[in-house]
Design a protein around this ligand. Structure first.
Ligand code: AMP
Length: 295
């Protein structure tokens, strides 16, 4: 496994690797902010199953942090990350520093319409968050030029924003969304989970618990978002979780849904001390059972 620090080195080594692999070799790309866990590694496994060459990037992107404190304490564990990436079969790790991505005088921004970026995470974190995400991902996709790039459904709004930006900019990469990897009690793996106190970690299980209850209620025919919201809120409140939002939205447009008669995303964000956790599930009403969307 090669570790490269600049876009130029990346291009040289990736081109050489592709020449070596010969005709038909394709590239799968997994962008991350490091602090790798099995959620990230599941993206690597998906990329490996479809592509001979897998590139993983590690870059804690300052542009997408609305809270400087969150950026300052974000886990950085490069040597451990490189060991994990190597064992998972990554071919090239691209780990640039901030100056490589944002050179002196950097003045360009990729900004996706607020219909996708001004709601849910964008409403809480501010519009700069998804501008930061879209800008860095566009830049990485231009440097790596992968056939497919892999993202986690846990950040489903991010998937929509990145897919929109890649399409609108004419980037030749397909954005693939992969299922959320969870702990035994259902909590979605996140680099931020390690910052939870033991008590908060236990309470956090109410997030997937609330989502599970909603998924089940919809399956049983409950369609009213108000009723579903009340059931989920009760579970979150019982765990004394401070809910930032609990929303029912169209899975592609993010428009608010009041009756779940079509596949709908239920998205939850909670604050636990200084840690924010997000999660979501796709709700399938009985009339659509058996016709789940494949992304
Ligand atoms: P991050 O390093 O947090 O920016 O995440 C890098 C990628 O891993 C993003 O596409 C995330 O959506 C994805 N990811 C994070 N947590 C999980 C998880 N629990 N399951 C699957 N993918 C995840």
């Amino acid at each position: 496994m090669l570790v490269v620090r600049t876009a130029r080195e990346l291009r040289e080594h990736l081109d050489a690797r592709l020449r070596h692999e010969g005709e038909g070799a394709s590239v799968g790309f997994v962008p991350t902010m490091g602090a790798l866990h099995d959620g990230h590694l599941s993206l690597v496994r998906a990329a490996r199953s479809a592509h001979r060459v897998v590139v993983l990037s590690i870059f804690v992107n300052p542009l997408q942090f609305d809270d400087p404190q969150d950026f300052a304490v974000y886990t950085r564990s490069e040597s451990r990350d490189l060991d994990l990436a190597r064992s998972a079969g990554v071919g090239i790790v691209y780990a640039p520093d901030a100056h490589e991505i944002y050179p002196e005088g950097f003045a360009t921004k990729v900004s996706v319409d607020t219909r996708l970026t001004g709601v849910l995470e964008g409403a809480v974190r501010g519009s700069a968050h998804f501008d930061g995400v879209a800008t860095v991902v566009a830049k990485l996709l231009i440097s790596v030029r992968p056939n497919e790039a892999y993202f986690g459904e846990k950040d489903f709004q991010q998937v929509l924003v990145v897919r929109r930006a890649a399409w609108d900019l004419g980037l030749p990469t397909t954005i693939v969304s992969c299922p959320t990897v969870r702990e035994a009690d259902g909590l979605a793996l996140s680099s931020r989970n390690v910052r939870l106190s033991e008590a908060d970690r236990r309470r956090a299980a109410a997030i997937p618990g609330a989502l599970k209850t909603v998924v089940q209620a919809v399956r049983e025919g409950v369609a009213d978002a108000g009723v579903l919201s009340a059931r989920a809120s009760e579970i979150l409140e019982r765990a004394e979780l401070d809910c930032e939002y609990l929303a029912f939205v169209h899975p592609d447009t993010l428009e608010a849904v009041t009756r779940v008669t079509e596949p709908t995303r239920c998205a939850i964000a909670v604050g636990l001390g200084r840690v924010r956790l997000i999660d979501n599930e796709l709700l399938i009403p009985p009339s659509h059972e058996g016709s789940e969307r494949v992304e």
